[in-house]
Structures are given as C-alpha cells and as structure tokens.
Design a protein around this ligand. Sequence first.
Ligand SMILES: [Fe+2]
Length: 449
Amino acid sequence: MTRTATRFWFGYLVFWLLLGIGIGAVFFSWFPYGIYFAVPMILFGAIGVIPTILAFIWMTVPRGRHRRIAMVAYLVLLALIWHAPAAYRAWNEEPGNDGPYIYWSDDPRHTITIAWTTASPHSSRVQIEHTGGELRSIEGGQEPGRFHRVVVDGLAPDTAYRYRVPALGTTFYPFRTAPEEDVDFAFAAYGDNRPWSGITMHRRVVDAMLRYEPEDGYRFILNTGDIVENPDEGYGWQWRLLLRQIQPLAATRPYMIAVGNHEVRRTTDYFVRYFDYGGDQFWYGFDYAGVHFMILSTEHDLTPGSEQYEWMRANLEAHAEDARFVIASFHRPLMTYDPRDRYDEPERLETLLPVFQEYGVDLVLAGHVHAYERHLIDGLHHVITGGGGVLLWFVPETGPKTVATETRYHFCVIHVREDVMELVARRIDGTVIDRFEIPRRDAAPALGR
Ligand SMILES: [Fe+2]
C-alpha cells in the first residue's frame, strides 16, 4: 500500500472518529453520564473501521483466493458480532433455572415466600429448617410448571432459617424472620434498574449494595419500580436478566417492589408470575419491627374514591398510629422540578399529601426520575432513588423544596433506630451523596428530639 493510500484510509477512519467524538461531546454536555459520550463515539468509530478494514484487506492481500477468504471471513465475523445480542435474547426468552428469590406476601414474622423458575415443568418443592431443627419439605400445591412460588408459614419470629430448592441444587440459603420487638435494623432502597436497549449498570449497583452492607445486614430490599424495560411477550430475557442480577441480594433478603410504569406496559400478566405480594398485589402493606410500610401503585387509579385510595386510607387508619415510623413507597414521585412536567405529580401531591400528613407518614421513597433527589414538602421527607441501573437522564432542576440532588448510580440505606431513622444515599463507590435523620414523631420532647 502506498503512503498516500495509507494516509487516505487513516484519514477516513479519523474523520468518523472525530464525528463520533463531536456528537458524543454534544450528548455528554446534555446528559451527565459517560455512556452518552461513548455510544456515538463507538458507533461512528465502528462505521469508519468496517470499510477501512475491508479496504485494507483489499489493498494488502494479493488478488486471488486468499483475498476472497480474508474478506468473507471478516464479513462473517461482523455478522456474528451483529447477531450476538439477538441470539442472547432468543436463548434467554423462556424461563430457565433462575433464582431462588424471597419476598413476603404475608406476615414477615411468621411467613416467607420462596420463588424461582425452571426451564422445564417441575412441581414446586422447597426444604426448610432452622438451626438445629429438622428439615421439612413443603410442596407449593400448584400443578407442575415453570414459575414457582411457595408460601411457608408457621415460622417463629426473629429466627434464623435456611432453605433450598431441590430443583435448583443443594445450596442452602439463610434468611431471618421479622422480630416481634422494635429492634434496630437496616434495609436498602433503590429503583429504576431496568435495562435500556440491553445496557444496564444494575449488577454493579447490586454489587455495591453488598459491598457496603451494614454489619448486621439489610433485613430486606425495597425496589421503587421500573425493574424491566418491557414486561411482556418477546422480552422474557429481561426477566431472566433481572432474576440473575437480584439473586445475590434476593436469595437471602426479601425483595419488595413498588410497581413501576414499565412493569404494567400493555399487560401485568408477567409481573404477577414473578412477584405476588398478597392483598391486591400492586398495593400492599407490611410491618417490620414497629415500622409500617405502605406500598402503592402510581400505575393504578389513586384518585379519591378509587379502590386503591380507599385501601390506602384504611391501611393507614389500621397501622399508622401504633407504628414508630411510617414509610410510603411508590414509583412516580410526589414532586420533581423537571420542566418537562410529565409525571402528573401535582395531582398526586394534592391527593396524597393531606392523607400522609393526617396519618403522620414520615418518609416517601419513590423512583421514576433517573437520579437521586430529596425534597422537604411541608415536613414530609420525599426521596427519589432512581439510579439503580438504567441510563441516567437529565440533571433534575432544583426548586425551593429541594434539599439534595445528584444524577448518579446509587442506592439508599435506611437505618431504623429506637427513636430516629437515618437515610444514607451512597454512590456505587461507597461515597455519600446525602445523609439525614428523621426523628420519631412521638419521641419525648424532653429528650430534645
Ligand atoms: Fe418510571
């Protein structure tokens, strides 16, 4: 190849790369995360590389059989790379041997729900024992299938158990039932981990949650929704990806979800195959060591008089007064200063805030905005934790009620202590975005709280 030709093809490649870098820079200034820079750069770079390599083969390999073989081999390699994601998706479309994962669909002191999937139909059988106790086998009762769920009841409070799923192997997974007393504990909250076009940082967030787990562990995990991009036919691989990614957390810590808009796209049939939280499935409540959790669905009617609205009032009426703290969680926030104003939050704020104030809700954990945000709304602490793995989006606008905001992958750890609750929001390198305390409402004023 002559020097001129080399210069020409090198220049050709550099042109595409510079174009990619230029477009990447524009995106990067718009969105605050490196992926927006990298995607155009790689895309345009690749567009330049493909014809450049073809031309290089053409010019360096002598005419004849070898040149033809080299060019065909290169094109086959490109086709394989191009089809790899589609092949992965097709391969993982059907349920496989994934899980187990646990959650509560009944009283956390006395029950646990164990779930998993299998590639071929099996009966649903788990084995469970507490330390020193005898191993008992429990059948799920349903017909042999590929989606499995066994609700184990009759458990003793604050007791260490371990279980295994024979269909998946011999590994035992430990878990602990909820205590009767108001002990100190911690749990983790995060959300918006859905893969976007197959790209996800979710596993890195999960790894960080495990790395920075408090000494006595997370007693459970709360996900504020948007766990898959598409929930329905043709997207089974996203559910498998989810189960694989949450498994290190969810095999041993109950995994509770506030349903997001992506889980209800077109159908909710798929969500309920994997998670059934009891009650109405999409809105439910549970108590853990004197703290009441109320999970709502912003994807179903919440207007006054609706079924869910009436359930919410009744749930708070029954549980809020005796609870040392009340936490409400749902996907779409009560407020954000995003100028696009597409989250219907003014209506939600108007409907829910008076009810939350009436019953003394201490903290709201929401998602939907791909960032961390904290607002103080007339005394109500309102946190958006939407940095669980989906591509980060705009930097949210701030306003008079904003206390903190950062567009970064993160998770929240909530420490519940005798008369104070502390929330720590961490980036995935463990550094702290935000940290604040909420005192117990009925704590004695004489103690200065
Ligand atoms: Fe969302």
